[in-house]
Design a protein around this ligand. Structure first.
Ligand code: NAD
Ligand code: ZN
Ligand code: ZN
Length: 338
């Protein structure tokens, strides 16, 4: 079978591998239909993801059909359409015992630490495969994983009905946060430097959009929120300045949700945090968000039509990654079809 692999930083190619088989009683074999290209896959290709090891079959956003199942598999059956939850955790460490396997001490993410979904067939334990409505087009189903990231950010920020939520950055992840915040009943402000991205954010339900290059972000957010600032700020820009701005702009009793993998320190004075009793938290991947997002999908609550910008066949995988590199402003999600 064919796999898409980053052999070493800078070397992305299609290779041949033996087709995997169901071994354990709880295993399912999945025929992969679509894999989404995420910013982190681009970083893995270019050797800029600090967690990745090589060679690596890339892909953590993938969907497919159950092609075979071990004798103890009960949750799903052959022929089901599924999305794979791409994280493997130990089940024993403190985080796992707290019900937070996404931050397990020995967390392994498919496509990052272990091989991922860009292969014609993959075997995963049944609990990693979530059933999808069979009627959902593959080019929409493949968006479930990215939408779990926005769902997690809203969960971590405890977004409540009526809250003013500022989503900084209307890239793919910011947009998924906008959609999830709207579904939670929040009033959503999105910021981005690119007007085209703000246009998408409005399409995704943002009530206000701000371009900090031509508008004063702080003044605008204060004005919209009646002077208090955003109650929840989700940082999907992810640089030192955006973290500092998020702490500054968030209201008393507010929450700052940080999505950044940035290793550069920010300069934030503690007094600004205690004065407002801010809760500043990280949000990494997701916990227990797949069933919630799939329910939204099933009930037509996600604005998915047109979210996938372009689909490339596996044979044109390298061109697809080049396309993402060259077209950042216009790209929401580029997908590989297998
Ligand atoms: N924590 C997690 O689980 C997790 C998961 C996925 C991605 N991420 C991180 O989230 C971030 C966003 O991912 P993405 O795929 O959406 O990236 P992206 O590059 O598509 O989006 C970033 C957006 O921020 C905008 N931007 C840049 N500077 C800005 C500024 N000063 N103000 C407003 N907007 C600005 C850009 O125009 C762009 O649209 C990345 O840093 C990524 O590593 C985190
Ligand atoms: Zn992703
Ligand atoms: Zn663990």
């Amino acid at each position: 079978m064919k796999v898409g692999i980053v052999e070493k930083p800078g070397v992305l190619k299609i290779a041949e591998r033996e087709e995997p088989k169901v071994v354990g009683p709880q295993d399912v074999l999945i025929q992969v239909k679509r894999v989404g290209i995420c910013g982190s896959d681009v970083h893995i290709r270019h050797g800029k993801n600090p967690f990745a090891t090589y060679p690596r079959v890339w892909g953590h956003e993938f969907v497919g059909i159950v092609a075979d199942a071990g004798p103890a598999v009960a949750r799903i059956k052959k022929g089901d359409h599924v999305v794979v939850e791409p994280i493997v955790s130990c089940g024993r460490c403190y985080a796992c015992r707290q019900g937070r396997p996404n931050i397990c001490e020995t967390l392994a993410v498919m496509g990052v630490h272990i091989d991922g979904g860009c292969q014609e067939y993959i075997v995963v334990p049944q609990e990693k495969a979530h059933r999808l409505p069979a009627k959902t087009p593959w080019d929409e189903a493949v968006l479930v994983e990215p939408f779990t990231i926005g769902a997690q950010a809203c969960h971590r920020g405890n977004v409540q009905k009526g809250d003013y939520v500022l989503v900084m950055g209307a890239g793919t992840i910011g947009l998924t946060a906008v959609v999830n915040a709207k579904l939670a009943g929040a009033k959503v402000i999105a910021s981005d430097l690119v007007d085209e991205k703000l246009h998408y954010a409005a399409q995704c339900g943002a009530d206000w959009t701000i371009n900090p290059q031509s508008q004063d972000l702080f003044a605008q957010v204060r004005q919209i929120s009646g002077g208090m600032g955003s109650n929840v700020t989700i940082d999907a820009v992810c640089n030192q300045k955006s973290f500092e701005d998020a702490v500054e702009i968030t209201s008393a009793a507010g929450r700052v949700v940080e999505l950044s993998f940035n290793e550069q320190p920010s300069a934030i004075a503690p007094v600004g945090i205690i004065k407002k009793e801010l809760a500043i938290c990280g949000s990494r991947l997701q916990t227990h968000r797949f069933p919630i997002v799939i329910d939204h999908l099933e009930h037509g609550r996600l604005p998915l039509a047109g979210f996938v910008t372009k689909v490339f066949p596996l044979a044109e995988m390298v061109e697809a990654f080049d396309y993402v590199d060259k077209n950042n402003a216009g790209v929401r999600k580029v997908v590989i079809s297998l």
